[in-house]
Structure formats: C-alpha cells, structure tokens
Ligand binder design. Structure first.
Ligand SMILES: [Mg+2]
Length: 372
C-alpha cells in the first residue's frame, strides 16, 4: 500500500467562547475563527486517512512544509511502515528544526497514516495501539474530559464560564488565567469538588512563579501548567514542582522524544502533555505514554483541537492510560467536523469505534468552511 496523494485543507469555523471580551491572541493576531489544518492522505488501495497539523495562526507555515517539502518525498512511500517513513523524514529535514512547523507537518501526516493503518485492519486505533498491552482491563468506551476555557481575565466572566462548564457536567475545568483573583472566582463558582487546573502559558520568571504558586495554593489546583519562560527551562520547572506546593504540568511545547525525556529526567513534571498535532502524531503519543510509564508520570495529552488531533488523543488515552483524561476545547463552534459524534456529555467523551481514528470529518462541513 503506497501513498498516492497528500492534500492540505484549511478550515475556518466561527466560534464564540461564552462572554469572552477578547479571544486568544497567539502569534500576534486574535483567533476570530477556530482554524484547523487537515491533512488528507490517499493510498493506491483507495484507503484515505485524515490527520491534523498544528494549527491556528501558524497554518501558512505548516502548510507550505507539507505541500512543498514533505508531500513530494512521501508520495510513493509505503503507507504501512509509519516508523520507517517518520524516521526518514526526521533525518532528511532535521536541519530545518526539530520542532515548529516542520514537526507539526510530520505530525499531521503521522496521524493520517495511523488512521489508514486502522482502516486497513478494520480496527479502531485504541484496539490497534493497545494490542500489545495486557492490562487485563477492558478498554473504556468513554473517557473523562476536561473543559479547557479561554482566558477571560475578568473574575466575573471567569466565574460565569466556570458555572457554565459545571452545568454541562464537567468535573474538571482548566483555566488560562494569570491572576489570583481570577482563580479565586473560578474556585468559588465551581465549589470544592470540581478539579481546577491552571494553564498560564509560560509568563513568569522562576521567582515570579514561586510567588504566584504561593498566592494560588489556597485554591487547590490539580496542576499548574507551563509556569515559566522559556518553556524549555526544565530546571526551573523542577524547582517550582519541589517548592511551589502545586503539581506541575507541561509538554505541549516539547517536540521530540528526547525533549520529553529531558523533562522527566529533570524531575520537572507531575503531568506530561504531548500534543498529537505538534509532537509526532499518534507515534509521538505512544512514545510519550511509554516514557510516562517508565518514569511513573501521568500522561494527559494537549488536545486543544476538534479534528483528528482530538481523536488521536481520545484513542491513545483509551488504549494506553489507566486514568484517561482528554482536553476539550470549550468553544461554541458554528459547526463541528464530526457533527454530534464527538461532543462531551456529562464530562465524558465517547471513544469512537469505527476503524482508524473512529470517524471521518463530515465532507459537507469541510466544503462549507474550507478556505480554498
Ligand atoms: Mg497548555
């Protein structure tokens, strides 16, 4: 089975996020739409796989890597030997960076090839990648999910959206706030029994982070995510973990297995967060789950997506985690790539059991929201 074609498709779906006065603004530009880069890989046997490469404002760069650099090399390659192809791409392109758009592009192709592998065997990925694992446990048909909220900044807005997530049945909620009053408002709205995580996206020096950890400790956070700048300052993360009194999470900005290993060897993390569309696709998730086992560190993937990146996280968690938890982007999108098939209910997501990733994006939705 050979790769016959690779197509990149950008979709832009309008969304709202509660009463947010401003949406996220990474990459110097507000996110007015939920933008995703889908990667459609076709084989000479007719099987088609869907992947997703990160995403949002970096799409133009990721897309050119796939279309102009990777696709010409992948076409004609054996679609069923994913490890060999990924090894080859990593070696051929390492001088362009071991992270960023080159790695996002490879991640998207990797996810599509795993979708193809499952479809070729008629098995959902949680079965395929869990096949060598004998836990004696039956795999879950649903996984716990947490609502991942945008940054609202205003405590009243934070409280209103936390209350909205609680009313929808989420038992775990992640904030992207950076002040203690915003977190206090969330805790008050949620009550004592809802797990609250805080993702601050690398704002602080070590000393600032230790000071903030002190201010945040009363709110019983399940984890503090990416507290220091720069994200690869693993030594400072380890100090915050030791002295901050709050479990530490990170990983969405690590790109290679070696970087994840360094994080864990540094003793930096209680929770490691590989991102399927950024750090090696389904193959990357499998590697980091194995690493997490080796170090006894919980793996909770970053999946601020609604396409194949999200499905990869659901499938890998169902197959490889003893306490699966999947990130759900708390957006109200105008339309969903998978319709109503992948929508949380009571704080849980169904693990789709179709072959490969479990379901395909709706062609009608792609047709309506694609940018070209
Ligand atoms: Mg994060």
């Amino acid at each position: 089975m050979k790769i016959a074609a690779i197509e990149t498709i950008e979709v832009r779906i309008p969304y709202t996020a509660g009463n947010a006065s401003q949406t996220s603004a990474w990459g110097g530009k507000e996110w007015l739409t939920a933008d995703a880069l889908l990667v459609k890989v076709s084989t000479d046997t007719g099987i088609v796989g869907w992947g997703e490469a990160f995403g949002y404002n970096v799409i133009p760069a990721t897309r050119v890597v796939i279309d102009q650099l990777l696709a010409p090399i992948c076409i004609g390659a054996d679609a069923s030997d994913i490890a060999a192809l990924m090894r080859d791409l990593q070696r051929k392109f390492h001088i362009f960076g071991r992270g960023g758009p080159v790695t996002y592009a490879m991640s998207g192709i990797d996810i599509a090839l795993w979708d193809i592998a499952g479809k070729a065997k008629g098995q959902p990925l949680h079965q395929l990648i869990g096949a060598n694992r004998s836990t004696g446990k039956t795999r879950p048909d649903q996984v716990d999910t947490y609502a991942s909220l945008v940054r609202y900044s205003e405590p009243d807005q934070v409280a209103a959206n936390v209350a909205r997530a609680c009313a929808l049945g989420f038992g775990s909620i992640k904030l992207h706030e950076i002040t203690a009053p915003a977190v206090a408002a969330a805790r008050q709205a949620a009550g004592p029994d809802v797990a609250i995580m805080l993702d601050v996206n690398c704002p602080w020096t070590l000393n600032e982070a230790l000071d903030m950890a002190g201010q945040l400790r009363p709110y019983n956070l399940a984890w503090l995510e990416e507290p220091v700048w720069p994200p690869e300052d693993h030594a400072s993360l380890a100090i915050i973990r030791k002295r901050g009194g709050i479990p530490v999470a990170a990983g969405e900005n690590a790109a290679t297995l070696q970087q994840f290993r360094h994080l864990l060897e540094a003793g930096a993390l209680d929770v490691v967060q590989p991102s399927p569309a950024k750090s090696g696709g389904v193959s990357g998730l499998c590697d980091v789950f194995a690493l997490g086992n080796e170090f006894g560190v919980r793996v909770v993937p970053h999946s601020f997506y609604e396409g194949p990146g999200l499905l990869s996280a659901i499938q890998a968690c169902a197959a490889l985690s003893s306490d699966p938890l999947v990130e759900w982007r708390f957006f109200d999108t105008e339309a969903r790539l998978y319709g109503e098939q992948i929508v949380p209910s009571g704080g849980k997501l169904r693990v789709p059991d179709g072959p490969g990733l479990g379901c395909d994006p709706d062609p009608e939705i792609i047709g309506r929201y694609r940018t070209d």
